[in-house]
Ligand binder design. Structure first.
Ligand SMILES: CC(C)(COP(=O)(O)OP(=O)(O)OC[C@H]1O[C@@H](n2cnc3c(N)ncnc32)[C@H](O)[C@@H]1OP(=O)(O)O)[C@@H](O)C(=O)NCCC(=O)NCCSC(=O)/C=C/c1ccc(O)cc1
Ligand SMILES: O=C(O)CCC(=O)C(=O)O
Ligand SMILES: [Fe+2]
Length: 363
C-alpha cells in the first residue's frame, strides 16, 4: 500500500488504531507523507480564529530587574491586561533551553513502540504520559499534537520513571527556571499587597509542577485543524519555551470594545513566554487574567513547544486569597479542591475559558 493512500476514505486504514493505540501519533501520520487532512482532524468553523495582524503581547527585558522597579511593574501590568508576555534576559541560560529542545526532538524521534510504553494504557505511573490530541475520548475533532506529560514528584522518581531520552535536560530546565518563577511570583504577590510567600502560599502558587513536551508535526492542511484548541491553562503560571517555527495565538480585547481577535506570539530566540493560568486568576480574585490561546500547526515544518505548568498542589483548596477579601473585595470564586478543578479540565475537550465557570460564584 502506498503511504499517501493510507488514509483515503476508500481503504480500511484504522486511523484511531494507528495514531492512538499503536502510539504512532500525528507524527506517524505526518511521516507517512499524507497529502490531505484526515476527516477526524477537521475542526468545526467556530474553532478557527480571526487573526489581528497589528497587535502583540508585551516583551519585557529583565536585565534590570534588581535595580529598576519598573520591570516588575511591567510584569504585573502585563499579567493584568493581557495575561501573557514574553521575557528576555530572564536568567535561564540559552544552553539549557537548547538542551531541552534537543531532548524533545530526541524523545519524539524514538520508534512508536518505545513511546507507546508511556501511554495511559501501558505507563507504569500516572506521572508519565505519552499521548496525542488533548482528550481523544471527549473530542468531536482531534487536535494535531502529540505530547509527553511529566508530573514532577521528586528527582528520585524522575530518575526511576522518566524517559532516558529527555530526563536529564528536562530536569535541568525545571531546576534552572525556579529562580525566575520565584521572582515573578513575589512581584505578582507584592502588587496585590501580599507581602510574604509563606508555606501555605508557596504551596498554592507553586506547590506542584507538570512539564509537557509538545510535538506538532508538519500538517497537510493546517487551516482546517488546530494544534491545540482554544483554552486557558489551569496552572498558576505557565513558562512556555517555543522553537523558531511560530503558531501560538493569544486572544486579545475580549469584552474591551475593540476588535476581539487573536494575535501571534512571534518566536524570539532565548525568550520565554509567560502566561497566567486559571489558578492564579482564581487566587487573585480576577486581578490577573488567564487568557485563551491556541496553536495552529505549520504546513511545512515540525514544531515543538515545552510548557512548564506551575500549579497549586492537587490537595490544595484554592479560592481568592484572604488578603484580598480582608481588603474588602467581594469574592468572585468559591473555594475548590485543585485536583477536582484539574479533573474537570481534562475530562472535556478544549472549550475556551469555560473551565473557570466551575469555580465562579454565580451572582
Ligand atoms: C487530577 C489529576 C489531573 C488526575 O489524577 P487522577 O484522578 O489520578 O486520574 P488520571 O491521572 O487517570 O487522570 C484523570 C483524567 O485526566 C486525564 N489526564 C491526566 N493527565 C493528563 C494530561 N497530562 N494530559 C491530558 N489528559 C490528562 C486522564 O486522561 C484522565 O481522563 P479520563 O480517564 O478520561 O477521566 C492529577 O494528575 C493531578 O492532580 N495532577 C496535578 C495537577 C496538575 O497536573 N495540574 C495540571 C496543570 S497542567 C495544565 O495547566 C495543562 C494545561 C494543558 C493545556 C492544554 C493542553 O493541550 C494540555 C495541557
Ligand atoms: O505550543 C504552544 O505554543 C502552546 C501550548 C499550550 O498552550 C499548552 O500546552 O497548554
Ligand atoms: Fe496552554
Amino acid at each position: 500500500m502506498a503511504p499517501t493512500m493510507a488514509v483515503s476514505s476508500a481503504d480500511p486504514f484504522d486511523l484511531t488504531d494507528f495514531v492512538i493505540n499503536k502510539g504512532n501519533g500525528v507524527k506517524g501520520l505526518s511521516d507517512l507523507g499524507i497529502k490531505s487532512l484526515p476527516s477526524q482532524y477537521i475542526q468545526p468553523q467556530e474553532a478557527l480564529i480571526n487573526i489581528i495582524p497589528q497587535q502583540s503581547i508585551p516583551v519585557i527585558d529583565m536585565s534590570n530587574w534588581e535595580t529598576d522597579p519598573k520591570v516588575a511593574e511591567s510584569v504585573c501590568e502585563a499579567a493584568q491586561q493581557f495575561g501573557f508576555f514574553q521575557l528576555v534576559n530572564h536568567g535561564v541560560p540559552l544552553e539549557v533551553l537548547d538542551g531541552v529542545k534537543d531532548a524533545t526532538h530526541r524523545f519524539f524521534g524514538l520508534p512508536a513502540e518505545e513511546k507507546r510504553k508511556y501511554s495511559k494504557e501501558l505507563s507504569s505511573t500516572n506521572s508519565v504520559r505519552f499521548g496525542t490530541s488533548f482528550s481523544p475520548d471527549a473530542e468531536k475533532a482531534l487536535e494535531w499534537k502529540d505530547y509527553l506529560s511529566l508530573f514532577y514528584v521528586s528527582e528520585e522518581e524522575a530518575f526511576a520513571l522518566w524517559p532516558n531520552a529527555c530526563r536529564d535536560e528536562v530536569l535541568e530546565y525545571m531546576k534552572r527556571s525556579q529562580i525566575l518563577c520565584r521572582k515573578l511570583m513575589s512581584a505578582l504577590m507584592e502588587n496585590l499587597n501580599v507581602k510574604e510567600i509563606d508555606e501555605t502560599k508557596e504551596s498554592l502558587l507553586m506547590g506542584s509542577k507538570r512539564i509537557n513536551l509538545n510535538y506538532y508535526p508538519r500538517c497537510p492542511n493546517p487551516n482546517l485543524t488546530v494544534g491545540v484548541g482554544r483554552h486557558s491553562d489551569v496552572s498558576s503560571l505557565t513558562f512556555l519555551l517555543q522553537d523558531e517555527i511560530g503558531g501560538l495565538y493569544v486572544r486579545v480585547n475580549e469584552g474591551k470594545g475593540e476588535e476581539d481577535g487573536w494575535v501571534h506570539v512571534p518566536p524570539i530566540e532565548g525568550s520565554l513566554v509567560i502566561n497566567v493560568g486559571d489558578a492564579l486568576q482564581i487566587l487573585s480574585n480576577g486581578r490577573y487574567r488567564s487568557v485563551e490561546h491556541c496553536v495552529i500547526a505549520s504546513g511545512s515544518k515540525n514544531r515543538i513547544s515545552i510548557p512548564i505548568f506551575v500549579n497549586p498542589k492537587p490537595s490544595d483548596v484554592i479560592g481568592p486569597l484572604p488578603e484580598l477579601i480582608a481588603a474588602g473585595e467581594k469574592p468572585k470564586y468559591k473555594d475548590i479542591l485543585y485536583s477536582d478543578y484539574v479533573k474537570h479540565f481534562f475530562r472535556k475537550a478544549h472549550d475556551g475559558k469555560k473551565t473557570v465557570a466551575f469555580a465562579e460564584i454565580s451572582s
